[in-house]
Design a protein around this ligand. Structure first.
Ligand SMILES: *[C@@H]1O[C@H](CO)[C@@H](O)[C@H](O)[C@H]1NC(C)=O
Ligand SMILES: *[C@@H]1O[C@H](CO)[C@@H](O)[C@H](O)[C@H]1NC(C)=O
Ligand SMILES: *[C@@H]1O[C@H](CO)[C@@H](O)[C@H](O)[C@H]1NC(C)=O
Ligand SMILES: *[C@@H]1O[C@H](CO)[C@@H](O)[C@H](O)[C@H]1NC(C)=O
Ligand SMILES: *[C@@H]1O[C@H](CO)[C@@H](O)[C@H](O)[C@H]1NC(C)=O
Length: 392
């Protein structure tokens, strides 16, 4: 990381500009345009900080093919749009995906170029460390630039609340060249649903993840109807906002779906994904076919009686699973963004069920318009007072 103090800001920024420009020139021929505004501007970015190591390795591994002019721009305008990328500072993968994909969706709606500010260290670090390795195509869909803050027109949008749709169309008549939409999370499918097939392509799994996903199911199970249950525990147990998956609901909802689908399909197999295999094992203790490799019940024990009238099925708990493998294979913590993406990217024929967030104590409900967060084709499940599950 290189930081420049303010005394030397001007001269060092010029130096960075020149270095970067040399770098750019070599890249320009292959369609990579960074810092293109640099020579023309009189004034240098106020934050003259670039995380050089990440930046260079990130740029190096961006695919250096001629970038086919993106689906994005019908006319050749050079108007840009940026989001604050608030979640890039510390949030998890699901949150980051929402912001970056909402940026692409909004840019498309406004017919502007999607831009990510290369001077913010958390931007480059996240792109390089958590997004590029999983989704190399995704990081080619936007421009990386340094645009001086004084030429960017900033507007509040999707302010504070995570999961609402704040229609970007109200920015359509803006004439400023550079827009910054200054908001948080942008967690609504309505920002990008019109690009769904492109999104599936941008988030296509790597070959490795695909192979790992193939091994989850042995060949004799491949014809089964597969129900994927996603659980989310970990930090959701303690962060004071989210509710972790609940053992009673997880089991009851899985049993409900198995019964429902066993009417048509003889064999059903359940694959449980998530970030707590001990919890999954405890909830499906009597259904896990290969438990020898899995640790024992959670401590402290879950307050959870195994139900008596459970249909017959077998459960697979993928070992050493990683988020990208889980994604490649494609929910129940009501506000898990990762579960959301698992569902959104699942094969087209998949049917998605989710728990009615209103029946949990999940505080995200206060920041959410469920109609903006859950696509209408997803099916909501609720719990009756006696514990039975029903479809809305
Ligand atoms: C854009 O249109 C809205 C009303 O539709 C208006 O209030 C606003 O002033 C316009 N903005 C610009 C920059 O023209
Ligand atoms: C699961 O249990 C094992 C041993 O019982 C423990 O080492 C591990 O940390 C537990 N994992 C989680 C996610 O709690
Ligand atoms: C169960 O797990 C062990 C250890 O990984 C493996 O050797 C064995 O083949 C597995 N059995 C089944 C039925 O999958
Ligand atoms: C789980 O518990 C059983 C019996 O209590 C014990 O034999 C086994 O070694 C334990 N497995 C692990 C992975 O700790
Ligand atoms: C699960 O259900 C049982 C019986 O209905 C109840 O006693 C227990 O408190 C529930 N557990 C949780 C974690 O809500």
């Amino acid at each position: 990381m290189i930081r420049y103090n303010t005394n030397n800001l001007m001269s060092l920024c010029v130096a960075v500009g020149i270095l970067a420009n040399i770098y750019i020139v070599t890249r320009l021929t292959i369609g990579f345009k960074i810092l293109e505004d640099f020579p023309q501007i009189q004034e240098f970015p106020s934050r003259c900080v670039i995380d050089e190591d990440y930046f260079l390795s990130f740029v190096e591994s961006r695919r250096v093919t001629e970038l086919k002019e993106k689906v994005f721009l019908k006319n050749n305008n050079d108007k840009t749009v940026q989001l604050k990328l608030f979640a890039f500072q510390s949030a998890g993968l699901g949150n980051k995906l929402f912001e970056i994909i909402s940026l692409l969706g909004i840019a498309n709606s406004l017919q502007r170029r999607p831009v990510i500010d290369a001077t913010i260290p958390s931007n480059i670090r996240s792109l390089h460390k958590s997004i590029q390795p999983l989704f190399p195509k995704l990081v080619e869909q936007f421009d990386l630039k340094m645009i001086p803050a004084s030429s960017v027109s900033s507007h509040q949008m999707n302010w504070v609340k995570c999961c609402i749709f704040d229609d970007p169309k109200k920015m359509l008549n803006r004439s400023e060249q550079h827009l910054m939409l200054n908001g948080h999370y942008f967690q609504s499918f309505k920002y990008f649903h019109h690009l769904r097939s492109e999104i599936r392509e941008w988030l296509a799994p790597s070959k490795m993840a695909k192979l790992a996903a193939e091994t989850v199911l042995t060949s004799e199970l491949k014809e089964d109807l597969i129900i994927c249950t996603h659980i989310r525990r970990g930090d959701f147990q303690t962060d004071g906002v989210h509710q972790p998956s609940d053992p009673n609901f997880t089991r009851a909802a899985t049993d409900f779906l198995v019964k429902h689908y066993q009417k048509w399909h003889y064999r059903t197999t359940v694959v449980v994904f998530g970030n707590d295999v001990n919890f999954s094992k405890a909830v499906f203790e009597d259904r896990v076919s290969n438990s020898s490799v899995i640790p024992n019940r959670t401590t402290p024990p879950l307050n959870f009686p195994i139900p008596e009238n459970s249909p017959k099925y077998s459960v697979i708990l993928p070992q050493n699973s990683t988020p990208e493998n889980d994604l490649a294979f494609s929910r129940q913590a009501p506000s898990s963004t990762f579960g959301w993406w698992l569902s959104y990217l699942a094969k087209r024929s998949a049917v998605v069920y989710y728990r009615d967030i209103r029946e949990t104590k999940d505080k995200v409900i206060n920041d959410m318009n469920p109609n903006d967060f859950y696509p209408p084709e997803w099916i909501k499940l609720g719990t009756r007072p006696n514990g039975d599950i029903f479809k809305f």
